[in-house]
Design a protein around this ligand. Structure first.
Ligand SMILES: [Zn+2]
Length: 412
């Protein structure tokens, strides 16, 4: 039976959200946590954007060191031969790519303004796939932007030609969240069957159906005998009303009446890392987790009314579909209410030594400690928020990688 995989796009779609951003160190931590959680692939950034170069190359180095393993790191670019060539000039080590082009008549006419036809779109995509293959790309996903407003016959042609040119997967982008679970099941089922290609399902929440649509799209793909790759973001952070939430999709696939026990995941998920991942993304983006968020919201396991509280105390399964401990919840959190020493861009050696000593991180000598402090200061300049313990530990453990992450040289 075909399998379901997760491709998380927090570090691509998530960070291109209006008014939200992550520092390069925060993006790196997200990749580490996604790997721990069991995500198959992280779409980790934009290889043709110059301020991403050092971050992307540093993360690929972490992959070679085995720190980011087995997760795949994939870049997102436009489907043009120029962008593919630029990608391999700027990030020569990259192995996985998703290339994107608009396929709906609305966007072909509305964006290209008569300069491109459907035939041109196909040609441009095929040329880009071929160049990416030639330059050594191991796996290419081809994205049909605005697929849900694209004619089904054109989508099938597009997916077929992508496969013939050497693409491994077709990404169905419900860019505007226009689909419902019934329409997406039907459309994706047809494309997966006719083009015989694994499908990535990329959904947005403009009508509140991103998770439901992702699950329906995955079912359609599996029913057509192809592997399904659900695109998610942590906490559903994404453009406008957001993307499909990673944890909600995992819970839907593993706990819902129609899916539990019936579908196989391509990579085992470590569910008890879910809470940590959600809390970190919330902290790094500066966006609180909604109180009613599935699994990780403050109220996800809270009961007040008489009948519910009595029922859950007698047997949690009366009113809880799954246990909080499964998601890594239940540990008390310590919040400092007295004196606090935290990292900052103007930190000094005394406060820094205190902070690192508390975590039992020691340094070979004073100059080593000063070097790490300097990196911590720069990391604070980028993040504009005190660093977490795990970020500080990362910097102390991988100072050379951190230096690359923090190196930004504009207009070079
Ligand atoms: Zn998107």
């Amino acid at each position: 039976m075909a399998k379901v995989f997760f491709i998380d796009v927090t570090n691509r779609d998530g960070v291109q959200t209006a008014r939200l951003s992550l520092s390069k160190l925060q993006k790196t931590m997200i990749n580490i946590y996604l790997n721990e959680f069991g995500v198959f692939q992280s779409e980790f950034g934009f290889p043709t954007t110059s301020h991403e170069t050092n971050y992307l190359r540093a993360n690929l180095e972490l992959a070679r060191k085995g720190v980011l393993k087995p997760i795949r790191l994939s870049g997102w670019i436009r489907a043009t031969t120029e962008d593919v060539e630029k990608t391999f000039e700027m990030v020569p080590e990259i192995q996985y790519l998703n290339i994107s082009i608009s396929t709906s008549d609305q966007m072909i006419q509305g964006k290209f303004k008569g300069r491109k036809s459907r035939v041109d779109v196909l040609e441009q995509m095929v040329d880009a796939v071929k160049v990416a293959k030639k330059l050594g790309c191991k796996s290419i996903g081809v994205n049909a932007e605005d697929a849900s407003r694209t004619s089904i016959t054109f989508l099938i042609d597009f997916a077929r030609e992508a496969k013939e040119a050497g693409a491994s997967r077709f990404r169905y982008c419900d860019t505007l969240g226009f689909d419902d679970p019934f329409t997406i099941y039907e459309t994706i089922g047809k494309v997966a069957a006719e083009a015989a290609i694994p499908v990535e399902i990329h959904c947005h929440g403009d009508l509140g159906m991103a998770v439901a649509n992702s699950i329906a799209g995955a079912k359609a793909t599996i029913d057509a005998g192809q592997d399904a790759y659900i695109n998610t973001t942590v906490n559903g952070i994404g453009e406008r009303a957001g993307n499909a939430d990673l944890l909600s999709c995992v819970l839907a696939l593993t706990k819902s009446s129609g899916f539990a026990g019936k579908y196989e995941l391509g990579r085992k998920v470590t569910l008890n890392k879910a809470y940590k991942l959600a809390k970190y993304a919330s902290f790094a983006f500066g966006v609180p987790i909604p109180i009613s968020q599935p699994g990780v919201g403050d109220n996800a396991f809270a009961h007040a009314s008489g009948i519910h509280a009595d029922g859950v105390l007698k047997d949690p399964e009366n009113y809880e579909l799954y246990n909080y401990a499964e998601l890594g919840r239940g540990e008390p959190e310590l919040v400092e209410t007295g004196r606090m020493i935290c990292s900052g861009e103007y930190s000094g050696i005394s406060g820094f030594s205190h902070l690192m000593g508390k975590m039992e991180v020691s340094f070979a000598n004073a100059s080593e400690a000063r070097k790490i402090l300097e990196l911590v200061r720069y990391a604070n300049v980028e993040a504009q928020t005190p660093l977490t313990e795990e970020e500080l530990q990362f910097i102390a453990k991988y100072p050379d990688i951190t230096k690359k992450l923090l190196t930004l040289t504009p207009l070079e």
